[in-house]
Design a protein around this ligand. Structure first.
Ligand code: FE2
Length: 170
């Protein structure tokens, strides 16, 4: 399955009246095993990059490149369902809830190639680490629905500060 096929399959899922669309999306992401994601990616050693694959009213698909030694802010997902499939490299995902004005770690997982992470605001917040000192990590992201701003969370003195960030896709 190529990325173009994947986009076609995902669009088809939204054209049906099925109630289990998210399960079907997850299955299609699992089936994708192409290497055509490698073309036209923008890499930047100072920040993660968002490379658009597809966007419409129902969903957004993009490929993100995480530089070596990168730690993302703790962030939410703007009430969307979010799937990340690891295409290359390795990442650590930490999931959090906010409790008593502090972050409570729910889970820490090492994500292997082809693993899929699922997150939404009900599950919690998360943070992505690429701890490799040389290699970029590359992830395929699918959001249902698309969104263009979200919140990051920082602990400052005794409070958690919530900061709105606008996201653009290069
Ligand atoms: Fe995320």
């Amino acid at each position: 399955m190529t990325l173009t096929n994947l986009v076609t399959e995902i669009k088809t899922i939204f054209e049906t009246n099925k109630s289990n669309k998210l399960d079907e999306i997850n299955n299609k992401l699992q089936e994708y095993s192409g290497d055509d994601w490698k073309t036209n990616l923008k890499y930047d050693p100072s920040r993660y990059t968002r490379n658009s694959v597809f966007k419409d009213d129902n969903c957004q698909i993009m490929i993100m490149c995480w530089p070596p030694n990168y730690v993302s802010p703790i962030h939410d997902h703007n009430n969307s369902e979010c799937y990340n499939k690891l295409l290359d490299g390795s990442i650590i995902e930490k999931k959090f809830k906010i409790k008593n004005n502090d972050f409570t770690l729910l889970e820490e997982s090492k994500i292997e190639k082809n693993d899929i992470i699922r997150i939404n605001d009900e599950i919690g917040l998360h943070q992505i680490f690429n701890l490799d000192s040389k290699k970029y990590a590359v992830t395929l992201h699918l959001y249902v629905p698309a969104y263009d701003s979200t919140f990051i969370y920082k602990k400052e003195s005794c409070n958690i500060k919530k900061i709105k960030v606008n996201l653009s896709t290069e």
